[in-house]
Structure formats: C-alpha cells, structure tokens
Design a protein around this ligand. Sequence first.
Ligand SMILES: [Zn+2]
Length: 217
Amino acid sequence: MNIILLGPPGGGKGTQAKKIVEKYGIPHIATGDILREAVAKGTELGKKAKEYMDRGELVPDEIVIGIVRERLKQPDCEKGFLLDGFPRTLKQAEALDEMLKELGKSIDAVIYIDVPEEEVVKRITYRRTCRNCGAVYHLIYAPPKEDNKCDKCGGELYQRDDDKEDVVRQRFKVYMENTAPLIEYYEKKGILYRVDGTKSIDEVFAQIDEILQKIAK
Ligand SMILES: [Zn+2]
C-alpha cells in the first residue's frame, strides 16, 4: 500500500504517521529525514543536496526526487510506503508520478488531514516551551501545574517565535497555496481521501484506518 500523507503544519500529521507505520508496518518516508540521511552518508545526490543546504538554499526538485527514488527502491518499500512531506507542489507531484511509473509503482491513496486555520492557530499559539529543558506545554490541553513554570525542572516557559500567531498564519497560508493544487490533482485521479483532523487523535486515526482497510483489499 503506497500512501501520501498531507496536512498542514500543526495538524497532527506526525502523530498519525506514527500510528499508520505501527499498524501497517510500512516505512515512514519523511523527506527531511531521508535528505539529511543522504547528506550524512555522503551519497552522490547527498553531496549535491549539501551544496544547496550549505548556502541556505532550497534543494532543487530533481535532487529531492532522486533521493526519494533511491529510498523507494529499497527492499523495505516493496510492501508499501508512507510518504510524508513530499510532494509539496504540483510540479513535484507530477515528477513523483513519472518516477513511480519507472519503478513500476503507483500511489494508492492520498490522505489529507483537513484542519482549518483557526484550529491550527489555537493548537500552536497556546504552546509554551521550557527555556531550560525544552519540555512543551499547551495552555489549554496540557497546562503546567504552576503558571509559567516547567513541571519537570522549574524553568521559565516561553513562546517560541515559530509558535507566534503571525508566523503560524503565514506558514498556513503558504502551505495551503502549495497544497490546494495538489489536492485537486489527486482528487481528479480519484485517490484523495479527506479526513476530519479536528477530532481526537484516536478518532482521526479511526478515519484513516477505515480508508486503509478499504484500499488494502
Ligand atoms: Zn523544564
């Protein structure tokens, strides 16, 4: 079963990816991870990617595609894989399809975890992080026992710049601009499945599980 997982930053994608991998035993292919791995191993493509990363530039699509391709050729991907963080744009989706065709593979399902902007803002802007030990709290869902103080080490809690409302909204906007055409692309192919991401972790997974059970048949 070959799956792509889509969803906005802060939408619970990472948590659901873990649950899918646990239940279905397919490898979780997060583009950021395999890119770093290729760089660390010093593969031909990894070396090329590093040149861009060192300059603080985006790694070009051809190189990312090449690295994903190398990963998908590994034997553990024979039974399936879960792609996360790739593709991000329509151009990448088209390149992915072409590459999969060469490998004799195709995507069975694209699962889109739908979480509205206001919900993402609520989840992220209430986050507080301990300056001392890095523990993460949520003022509504997982508040510290004492205001502004870490339960574990007593350190001061603060809001990371990444968790500030304007940053979160900007990130969401960019994500949606890139993702909307992707959603349309996969919808036309009839393999897009929308999941209501505002529910609890278990309820969201139940929706995903139902889809995967269906396509596994
Ligand atoms: Zn702490």
